[in-house]
Ligand binder design. Structure first.
Ligand SMILES: Cc1cc2nc3c(=O)[nH]c(=O)nc-3n(C[C@H](O)[C@H](O)[C@H](O)COP(=O)(O)O)c2cc1C
Length: 409
């Protein structure tokens, strides 16, 4: 029996019966998973093991620690819970309205766009995931988004692959990407630190220095300093759930989305039990100066933003996107040049089949038509390769994170 999948049941809580969701994955050395309470809490399953047709685990659900046993022989489903009590009089109950849904692979594509080039790449990737019968949420990141209503679709914990895409503006990702993923985006953190240092206070990242307040060693924060979350910087640092970037189960304290359900530190932090979905970063760019090399800084930033949220990035995609600046000049038209004179007519090249191709005035060829069909196919194929190699395995387990897929043109 393969126990991987999602189990839901009703639990007694002080506010009545509430739905509890248990997600079980098959990992390299056995099953693992999380228990997600309806109030948004997310706890690791512990002592997870199987016995005959049963899967058994312990987890903290609200104030109570529980042991849950679920019998699933493929046809019949039943379960019970043992709730540990401090006085030793543990309680048992049947799991009510227990349901089971086998694992369905899921992808989340988050992208920003101005003129829809990056959206076309995002949609091509979505098509490819769906070809393999994955569920795929493809979401445009905009300032006007109502994050609270979207939050349930945004937790990276719920996905097998998370993709993050942005066009390039003046060398970097769009502001909305920085706002959502970078701590202190737009130079706020930088200027706050500088204000502290200039005020002769030095700088330490703790509730006194970041938030100031009564009794704080360093006194109130300088003007413009963002307040610290109540209780100071959370374990795991800012940006993670519970930090300025989010609170588990609800949009972050600053009104922005939370990317992780579970309180977890940055990778590299003291806790190493975080589930890490695979990641893809993608961009479209004008490349009018010297081409795909211009996309490197944006791709690196996107990769960092995903990695800081415990995503293992193994896919990188970049293609030219028609720009509305000089390099987006239409077919047959010559770019304006500064100063006297002009540029000569372009050379035309001929393919074996007799197709004529206009020589380019800028780095990429036929920049008026990108992303073109070839770009779109490359995006689809990158996803196809990644899905087939990492997920279409003989035993249903995701492959080890080692190989990368890179399509940059
Ligand atoms: C204001 C602005 C600045 C841009 N800056 C750059 C840049 O620095 N480097 C680059 O390669 N492309 C640059 N581009 C081109 C866009 O990145 C490119 O057209 C991209 O495909 C747009 O994606 P979108 O349609 O998803 O918005 C810029 C475009 C605009 C409108």
């Amino acid at each position: 029996m393969n126990f991987a999948g999602t189990y839901t049941y009703l639990m007694d809580t002080p506010s009545g019966k509430r739905e509890t969701k248990v997600v079980i994955r098959k990992a390299a050395r056995g099953y693992e998973g999380e228990l997600v309470s309806s109030h948004g809490g997310c706890e690791l399953l512990e002592n997870l093991h199987t016995k005959g047709d049963a899967i058994i685990f312990e987890a903290q659900a609200g104030p109570a620690r529980q042991e849950v046993t679920i019998h699933n022989d493929g046809e019949n489903l039943s379960g019970s819970v043992l709730v540990y009590q401090s006085d030793g009089n543990d309680k048992t109950a049947e799991l009510e309205e227990l349901t089971y849904a086998p694992t369905r692979r899921r992808a989340l594509i988050l992208y920003a766009t101005m003129t829809k080039n990056t959206q076309r790449v995002a949609e091509a990737m979505k098509e490819s995931f769906e070809y393999y019968n994955w569920e795929c949420n493809c979401i445009r990141l905009k300032k006007s988004n109502d994050w609270a209503s979207m939050q349930q679709d945004l937790y990276f914990d719920d996905y097998d692959v998370v993709a993050l895409g942005s066009p390039i503006v003046a060398g970097y990702p769009l502001t909305i990407i920085n706002d959502l993923f970078s701590l202190g985006a737009g130079g706020r953190l930088e200027s706050n630190v500088q204000k502290m240092v200039d005020a002769g206070k030095g700088f330490q990242m703790n509730s006194d220095t970041m938030g100031g307040g009564p009794g704080g060693v360093s006194g109130p924060a300088p003007e413009g300093m963002p307040p610290m979350p109540e209780g100071g910087m959370p374990e795991g640092g800012p940006g993670g759930p519970g930090g300025p970037g989010g609170d588990p189960g609800a949009p972050g304290a600053n009104g922005k989305p939370a990317w992780r359900r579970r309180q977890c530190s940055y990778p590299g932090g003291p806790v190493r039990d975080n589930y890490q979905p695979l990641g893809i970063v993608f961009t479209t760019y004008g490349g009018g100066f010297y081409g795909s090399g211009e996309s490197m800084a944006t791709l690196a930033a996107l990769k960092l933003f995903l990695e800081l949220n415990n995503v293992s990035v193994v896919g990188t995609y970049a293609c030219c996107g028609k720009e509305f600046g000089p390099a987006g000049v239409e077919e047959g038209k010559k770019p304006n040049v500064m100063g006297p004179g002009g540029v000569p007519d372009p050379i035309y090249y001929e393919t074996k089949e007799g197709t004529k191709i206009q020589g380019s005035y800028f780095f990429h060829n036929q920049m008026w038509g990108h992303p073109n069909d070839r770009d779109i196919l490359k995006a689809k194929f990158l996803v196809a390769d990644l899905v087939e190699d990492y997920f279409l395995t003989y035993d249903g387990q995701r492959g080890f994170v080692q190989s990368e897929y890179i399509s940059m043109s």
